[in-house]
Each structure stands twice: as C-alpha cells, then as structure tokens.
Design a protein around this ligand. Structure first.
Ligand SMILES: Nc1ncnc2c1ncn2[C@@H]1O[C@H](COP(=O)(O)OP(=O)(O)O)[C@@H](O)[C@H]1O
Ligand SMILES: CC(=O)N[C@@H](CCC(=O)OP(=O)(O)O)C(=O)O
Length: 259
C-alpha cells in the first residue's frame, strides 16, 4: 500500500562513495516501485566536485553552504554532477534491475533557472515550470535520476545546490520530499537527532550555530517545501534504507520539518 503520490528522494554525494549504500537504496526503490510508488531521485555529488576541482588545481570556496562557482570551474562541476555522479547512480539502478532515465534540471523545461547571487558566480536558483517530461518518465514506470545542473534561458550552465533542486521538483509534482543525507536527522547541540522541528526552533538552532553549513541549506529547503505544501518534509539517512519502506507506508523517519 502506498500513501504518497510521488516520493521525491534526494541523496547527498556521500552515498555515491558507497557501493552497499547505493545497492540498498536501489533495492528499496525497486520494491517501492513494484508496490506502485512513483519515485523521483535527485542527487548531489559535492564530494565528487571537490575531488575534481582539487585534481584540476582549483580552489574550493563555499558561502553559507553554497559553492562559489566561477566560469573556469563550471565545466568541471557539470562533468562531476551531470556526468560522473548521474551515471554512477544509473549504473547502480541498472545493477538492481531498476530502469532509469538520467537527466538534469536542464531537461524538458522542468524548471526555470536564474543566477542566484552575483557573488556566487554561476550558481542557479530554480523554480518549478513544466512537469510533462517527469510525468512521462514516471508513467512508463521508469526512475528519473536528476542532477542539479540547470540551464538558464540565456544559455548559461548553472550549478544548483541539490537540496534546492529537489525542492523545486517536489513542488513541481506536488510530491512528498525526503532529504536523505549521511546523518540520521538534524542534531541538537548534543548530536542527538531531533524528531520534529518548526520554523522558530530552526531559527534558534541556526542562530546558535547548532545547524550550520550543508545542514542549514537543507533545513531551509525543507522548511520552504513544508510551508508551500502544508505538510512535513523529512530529513533522514540513506544508511537506513529499510526505514524507507516504512516511509512509503506513511511512517516517519529522521527529523520532521513542520510547516
Ligand atoms: N545540526 C546538524 N545536524 C546534522 N548535521 C549537521 C548539523 N549541522 C551541520 N551538519 C552537517 O551537515 C552535514 C549534512 O549536510 P551536507 O553535507 O550538505 O549533506 P548532503 O551532502 O547529504 O546533502 C552533516 O554531515 C553534518 O556534518
Ligand atoms: C551551488 C552548490 O553548492 N552546488 C552543489 C551541488 C551538489 C550538491 O549539492 O551536493 P551534495 O548534496 O552532495 O551536498 C555543489 O557544487 O557542491
């Protein structure tokens, strides 16, 4: 039995460095799909980008959890995300017997993309646009695997934070968003997972520096979708894939970000 129309799962880059993690995730996806659950997989790959930038002698600069992406880095970023990361996941899907379509935010007009902030260089912010392409893939029973590379109307390739990419796609298909990271949820100051968080609690934890860096971006993306949809968004771990099936049946895992 499934209770969510479309599940939008976002996985962080650390997953791509564990064969077992990917195999478990794809096996869970296969079972959920067989039970009628439609799934959109959105991925990051920040660690692969770091590796490629370093190998090419480039600096790694982040501002508030977002990568500053100058023109001389965008080619490397696109290669690592829309290329290597996307194909690593498609390979894991194939191995598990899941038919996938590798895509990016630049495909089928799914989103509108613009430069987010001049200080960040070629970093995009995206808004949902046209669901036809995604819906077509889902209707075939295929798994869309989407990287966070977008293309602007003026033809620039843009690097989008993958949590924000997942946010736009979740809004687009009116889906249930789950942000899967390498931690089992949002921690308090003692590194204990917090079961539920609302806007004012998040603001306090961010102000106190308890939620920072990539988790700050993630929690803020989750809150935006929770408020937009009027329902909670989950931040959980891909290391506990068994729990994913609980989720498809309406259960809760990790931290619930409340609208
Ligand atoms: N309060 C917090 N709770 C959990 N993780 C946190 C917190 N504050 C910062 N982090 C860091 O955020 C990381 C998750 O964000 P990020 O690395 O961007 O994940 P991903 O690559 O999976 O999107 C954790 O591994 C942790 O180091
Ligand atoms: C603008 C920006 O920060 N883009 C991210 C995109 C990848 C990402 O978000 O990867 P994770 O989910 O693995 O962190 C980056 O370049 O690292």
């Amino acid at each position: 039995m499934t209770t969510h129309s479309v599940l939008v799962l976002k996985v962080g880059g650390a997953l791509l460095q564990t064969e077992t993690g990917m195999a478990n995730l794809m096996s869970a996806i296969k079972d959920m799909t067989a039970a009628g659950q439609k799934i959109v997989l959105v991925h990051g790959g920040g660690c692969l980008v770091d590796e490629q930038l370093t190998a090419n002698g480039k600096d790694i600069i982040k501002l508030d959890g977002l990568r500053v992406t100058p023109a001389d880095q965008i080619g490397i970023v696109v290669g690592a995300l829309a290329g290597t990361s996307n194909k690593i996941l498609q390979a894991a899907a194939a191995k598990a017997g899941v038919v996938s379509v590798g895509m990016s935010l630049g495909d089928g007009n799914v989103v509108k993309a613009n430069i987010k902030d001049e200080r960040l260089g070629l970093v995009g912010e995206v808004t949902p646009n046209d669901a036809s392409y995604l819906n077509f893939i889902l209707q075939q029973g295929w798994l869309p695997i989407c990287s966070s590379i977008a293309i602007s109307d003026t033809g620039e390739m843009l690097n989008v934070n993958a949590d924000q990419a997942a946010t736009a796609l979740a809004k687009l298909v009116n889906g249930t968003l789950v942000l899967l990271s390498d931690v089992s949820g949002v921690w308090d100051a003692n590194k204990q997972v917090i079961k539920s968080l609302n806007k004012s609690q998040i603001e306090t934890l961010v102000a106190d520096g308890v939620i920072e860096k990539g988790m700050k971006v993630k929690v803020e993306a989750a809150l935006e979708v929770a408020q937009w949809m009027g329902k909670p968004v989950l931040v959980a771990s891909w290391q506990e894939t068994e729990q994913l099936k609980t989720l498809a049946q309406g259960g809760s895992i990790g931290t619930q970000i409340q609208p």
